[in-house]
Design a binder for this molecule. Structure first.
Ligand code: AMP
Length: 584
């Protein structure tokens, strides 16, 4: 055959791969027989290690080990060093993907070329592109980039048994090794739409481990007077034992944390051996579970759903196996989380279903995703004019009319930003281009259509066209300045914090722009030699307005000035033109 389209969950701590066989998705185990592969790459004694062998030496050999590379995907100029060479995040991810590809080929006994790869719903355009590039470096044809929560919902078959007109609201709570994401999906017959996302890019199972390690190290120091932190070999073994103890406490109420001969003292070799109960563990890590509450409530609020409106809750990520996590999610959503699929496998299984749809092994299911931050351009006064609003379903296309800011302007500068602040400069500049060849005209006369397109992979194209002449220019944002994943949430947060101040500032700049426009229009009118009495009146209003602009006016004063213009201009029958003014 050789036509399978595999589904890959390229995770921060672990990755997994699945494929549809005989109509059902199944996990493809690694060559070592594991159902997930640690997303870790290392060089030890000149040998390149990927996956579990790399993880097993990570603490001892941290200089030559790369972990959590997903956090750096799409960041410009970032490289990591591995055994004297420097690699981009895409190249490191490709090493993991290549290992997955080889293991999958060995397991299936066929070559594997086509893949669907998942990314967090909040991943920017650039991060998606970087993920696609990583897949291609590893020799895959990346057929599709799919949002992780969407894949999870597909794995649970959420859209399958619905009748036309039905709609289900699904919360996907994803707590992995290093990151926490929560998404709200609206599912209609066979169609998935991520309507809101939130999370914490710095929270995951590793934090639970660190809490336990800290506790064990302190206790050992009290008991034996030895600080294990100095001893890398000991810390490597303690890290592994701690994770095992944590995992054990998900199914048992008590366990042993045990590392034989962890160190030697004057009294001979020492074991580390402590009993730990689930309730002690939960008490020690309660603050970590609590950190997931805010983002969960935020995502639900953004999606406009209350617990009563939640139909299903899905858990993904290995850390959701912790009973304290399950209880918290159930309390927050008022819904018992679905069971039945391993939380660390659901995303890969869902990706495999999507792969099956593409490969023709599964009946068609529609996919809809969402853009995490607003996209738009800079207009006069440095304002950000949104063309596509955040949480808009993709693929999408939107067009807005703009015009020139000054008389005789033959070029406009299209500066593309992503973010939620009202001033363009406070958002992230993705790229910029110039549209030239505009026939000289009065400010506000040329009609310039700016169109944004986001494709199914989240890749953005921006075009601008001067409507009368058809002159056009555009760009595809692939290699532009991207946005680190962790910045998205903080950008949204910042926008929320500044919302009121931003709105006021925007109103003021807009009011000022309106007065400036009125001054321009009135000046042009004066040039056309009007009746003397009218001219005197117009000139007075212009002088007053110019004086006002110099005096740092309040919004109300600007609005009054604008009203005066409107009155006087409407008498001489000149209409105001609208449309954002693009800078030159
Ligand atoms: P993921 O990246 O989704 O595979 O999640 C990995 C994280 O899940 C790691 O921090 C693991 O220690 C944690 N994990 C896996 N299984 C369990 C379990 N049974 N109980 C608690 N944590 C677990």
């Amino acid at each position: 055959m050789g036509a399978s389209v595999v589904g890959i969950d390229l995770g921060t701590t672990n990755s997994a791969v699945a494929v549809v066989r005989a109509g059902e998705p199944e996990i493809v185990p690694s060559a070592a027989g594991d159902r997930t592969v640690p997303s870790v790459v290392a060089v030890d004694d000149g040998r390149r290690l990927v996956g579990r062998p790399a993880k097993n030496q990570a603490v001892r050999n941290c200089e030559n080990t790369v972990q959590s590379i997903k956090r750096s995907m799409g960041e410009t100029g970032v490289t990591v060093e591995l055994d004297g060479d420097r690699y981009t995040p895409e190249a490191v991810s490709a090493m993991i993907l290549r290992r997955i590809r080889r293991d999958t080929e060995a397991y299936l006994g066929e070559t594997v070329e086509r893949a669907v790869i998942t990314v967090p719903a909040y991943f920017t355009d650039r991060q998606r592109q970087a993920t696609k590039d990583a897949g291609e470096i590893a020799g895959f044809d990346v057929e599709r980039i799919v949002n992780e929560p969407t894949a999870a919902a597909m794995a649970y078959g959420v859209g399958e048994t619905m009748s036309p007109g039905d709609q289900r609201t699904v919360v996907v709570y994803d707590l992995g090794g290093g990151t926490f994401d929560v998404s709200v999906l609206e599912v209609t017959e066979g169609m998935f739409e991520v309507v809101a996302t939130s999370g914490d890019t710095d929270l995951g199972g590793d934090d639970w481990d660190a809490e336990l390690i800290g506790w064990a190290v302190e206790r050992f120091e009290r008991d034996h007077g030895v600080d294990l932190r100095e001893d890398r070999e000991a810390m490597q073994r303690l890290t592994e034992a701690t994770e095992r103890a944590k995992v054990a406490l998900s199914s048992r109420v008590e366990t042993e944390l045990r590392v034989p001969f962890i160190t030697s003292t004057g009294a001979g070799p020492q074991d580390l051996e402590y009993t730990l109960t689930r309730s002690e563990f939960e008490e020690r890590t309660a603050h970590l579970v609590e950190r997931t509450i805010g983002p969960t409530e935020q995502a639900m609020a953004d999606a406009g759903v209350s617990p009563a409106g939640v139909d299903e809750v899905l858990l993904t990520g290995g850390s959701t196996r912790m009973p304290a996590v399950r209880r918290t999610v159930e309390r927050l959503t008022g819904t018992e989380p679905r069971q039945g699929i391993n939380p660390d496998e659901a995303v890969a299984l869902g990706a495999a279903i999507q792969g099956g749809v593409i490969g023709g092994d599964v009946e068609d299911v529609l996919l809809v995703d969402v853009t995490p931050l607003s996209l738009g351009v800079e207009v006069r006064g440095g304002l950000f004019e949104r063309v596509i609003h955040r949480n808009t379903t993709i693929p999408t296309r939107a067009t807005k009319d703009f015009t020139t800011a000054s008389d005789g302007q033959t070029e406009v500068e299209i500066r593309v930003y992503q973010g939620e602040r009202e001033r363009a400069a406070e958002n992230t500049l993705l790229d910029e281009f110039t549209l030239g060849g505009i026939p000289p005209a009065e400010a506000g006369v040329p009609r310039i259509e700016v169109t944004f397109t986001i494709d199914t992979n989240g890749i953005v194209q921006v075009g601008a066209e001067e409507v009368n002449t058809g002159t056009a220019a555009g760009i595809t944002i692939e290699g532009g300045v991207g946005l680190p994943a962790e910045e998205i949430e903080s950008m949204r947060e910042e926008a929320r914090r500044h919302e009121t101040a931003d709105r006021r500032r925007r109103q003021r700049i807009e009011a000022q722009n309106r007065v400036e426009d009125s001054i321009g229009r009135t000046r042009r009118l004066l040039e056309s030699d009007p009746d003397e009495a009218v001219a005197a009146g117009l000139q007075r209003v212009v002088d007053d307005a110019e004086q006002l602009l110099e005096d740092d006016p309040a919004v109300e004063e600007l609005n009054r000035a604008h009203d005066r213009f409107e009155e006087i201009l409407s008498e001489v029958d000149i209409e105001e033109r609208s449309g954002g003014r693009l800078p030159d």
